[in-house]
Design a protein around this ligand. Structure first.
Ligand SMILES: [Zn+2]
Length: 112
């Protein structure tokens, strides 16, 4: 399985079969994604040491900036003013926070 496919399907970085998350979370229900402690297939421990996922915050920040940049570029295409872009930007941040949370930890695990 290719790396990007494993990442996108949120699979274990070691075996590629086990799911990393028990639940994906839900923005509308204010549910936080729940991560497993270890892989159910190969017993790979996801959090290698305490504070391991601190670096994932930087990945999350980069993902958020990229999403906001796309939103601003779309706003420029549709000739929105800066004031008109505030609401779409806030909407993007709120809607994508669970996705960013999950993807940032996965990217951190896959590449660090
Ligand atoms: Zn595994």
């Amino acid at each position: 399985m290719k790396l990007i496919t494993k990442l996108w399907k949120e699979k274990c970085p070691s075996c590629g079969d086990g799911d990393v998350y028990e639940s994906k979370g839900n923005v509308l229900l204010f549910k936080v994604p729940k991560m497993r402690e270890q892989c159910e297939v190969c017993n790979y421990r996801f959090e290698k040491e305490p504070g391991y996922f601190t670096g994932a915050m930087y990945v999350s920040y980069a993902l958020c900036i990229a999403e906001m940049l796309v939103t601003v570029l779309l706003g420029l295409v549709f000739d929105y003013s800066l004031e008109q872009m505030v609401y779409p930007l806030v909407l993007v941040i709120v809607l994508f926070w669970t996705f960013n949370f999950r993807m940032s930890r996965l990217i951190w695990m896959y590449f660090v």
